[in-house]
Design a binder for this molecule. Structure first.
Ligand SMILES: Nc1ncnc2c1ncn2[C@@H]1O[C@H](COP(=O)(O)OP(=O)(O)OP(=O)(O)O)[C@@H](O)[C@H]1O
Ligand SMILES: O=C(O)[C@H](O)COP(=O)(O)O
Length: 394
């Protein structure tokens, strides 16, 4: 990457405003997955070791510019403090006189966590006044929030215009791994795209059709493609207005010499429920009153073979309704093949990352992105505003 990183600047004695993505899942005030906190530790530890004053900022959830008690970052500060083995002072605001006073009292190597930046309406509007207020708190800006890099917000983009601005280690790692995969892929290169809707994956399918050798389609979005091939899909997910687009993707694949793989069988259910009656049917024989909620065993075998024969596999989006055990087999089987193959394996965050974690294969993947939307936009070939705003290497 041609952007400066924490390694390129002097941090000793400096106040370092470090944007991280601590948007972690919580249930009743408890953090249920601390992956994103752990992923930011190397950069935070580096700031401490270099004798900087770490002023951390993050969003949590979507409080829409207001204080929402359940979205305070207090539990995150506690967990981070355990991980770092040192005190993390949590403030109840992110700007203002109290914050300035707390920062003025910091010693080199101290860590402060500001309050949820989305409690301020200016954050998501990328208000220059808020960006300036953040910038006033520090001497240097470090962006390590890859998961939020697709948002042009005051703490991810705006602030970078008012301070020396560099990338953290997590940001570097994500961009390097995803960037290399897309610009200089090992081949055969396979992409697996699942999830609920074609609508959400148009950009990524378009971009990948120019790059991959194999494009595997699964999940709810597959059935619009099945319909586009002229088959009946019963009550399976359908986006009527995307049928023509699905056809054009299949044609494009042919033109580009991309092998386009779609389900050949499916697990169908008579209702959308864990306790539904289910059966496996050929993809051309989905009954009128049933809906396809997972890929079938023949499809699993086909997809697994392609994964085993690949040198690079990128995966985004589950193959079925993996939240219900009855329809999680396809997703788990893909995770298993990803764990077994000798290929470089990259998980594009979000639901696929959760599925891999749940199946116990996380440590067997080459890289699991901490970004959901961010990794998807990166795979669409879009520039991420949080990265663009950082200083270029001279
Ligand atoms: N056949 C299906 N029918 C209905 N819903 C499905 C089907 N297959 C998958 N889903 C649902 O799709 C949802 C995930 O899709 P979504 O597009 O939200 O995730 P994603 O964003 O693709 O995944 P990621 O978070 O990895 O990027 C899951 O909740 C899953 O239950
Ligand atoms: O969880 C994410 O994908 C990031 O933290 C961004 O969150 P957002 O979609 O609420 O902007």
């Amino acid at each position: 990457m041609n952007k400066k990183s924490v390694r390129d600047i002097d941090l000793r004695g400096k106040r370092v405003f470090c944007r991280v993505d601590f948007n972690v899942p919580m249930q009743e005030g408890q953090i249920t997955d601390d992956t994103r906190i752990k992923a930011a530790v190397p950069t935070i530890q580096y700031i401490i070791d270099q004798g900087g004053k770490a002023i951390l900022a993050s969003h949590l959830g979507r409080p829409k510019g207001k204080v929402v008690e359940e979205m305070r970052l207090t539990p995150v500060a506690k967990r981070l403090s355990e991980l770092l083995g040192k005190e993390v002072k949590k403030l109840d605001e992110a700007i203002g006189e109290n914050v300035k006073a707390a920062i003025a009292a910091m010693n080199d190597g101290d860590v402060i966590l500001l309050e949820n930046v989305r409690f301020y309406a200016g954050e998501e509007k990328n208000d220059p006044e808020l960006a300036k207020a953040f910038a006033e708190l520090a001497d240097v800006y470090v962006n390590d929030a890859f998961g939020a890099a697709h948002r042009a917000h005051a703490s991810t983009e705006g602030i970078a215009h008012y301070l020396p601005a560099v990338a953290g280690f997590l940001m570097l790692k994500e961009i390097e791994i995803l960037g290399k995969a897309l610009s200089n892929p090992e081949r055969p290169f396979t992409a697996i795209i699942g999830g609920a809707k074609v609508k959400d994956k148009i950009g990524v399918i378009e971009n990948l059709l120019e790059k991959v050798d194999n494009l595997i389609i699964g999940g709810g979005l597959a059935y619009t493609f099945v319909k586009a091939q002229g088959h009946e899909i019963g009550k399976s997910l359908l986006e009527e207005d995307k049928i023509e687009l699905a056809k054009s993707f299949m044609e494009k694949a042919k033109e580009n010499g991309v092998r386009f793989l779609m389900p050949i069988d499916a697990v169908v259910a008579d209702e959308f429920s864990e306790n539904a009656n289910t059966k496996v049917v050929d993809i051309t024989e989905i009954p009128a009153d049933w809906e396809a909620l997972d890929i079938g065993p023949k499809t699993v075998e086909l997809y697994q073979q392609v994964i085993m024969d690949s040198k690079l596999v990128i995966w985004n989006g589950p193959m079925g309704v993996f939240e219900m055990d009855a329809f999680a087999k396809g997703t788990n089987a893909i995770a298993e093949a990803m764990a077994k193959t000798n290929a470089t394996t990259i998980i594009g965050g979000g639901d696929s990352a959760a599925a891999v974690e749940k199946a116990g294969y996380a440590d067997q993947m080459t890289h699991i992105s901490t970004g959901g939307g961010a990794s998807l936009e990166f795979m669409e070939g879009k520039e991420l505003p949080g990265v663009v705003a950082l200083n270029d290497k001279e």
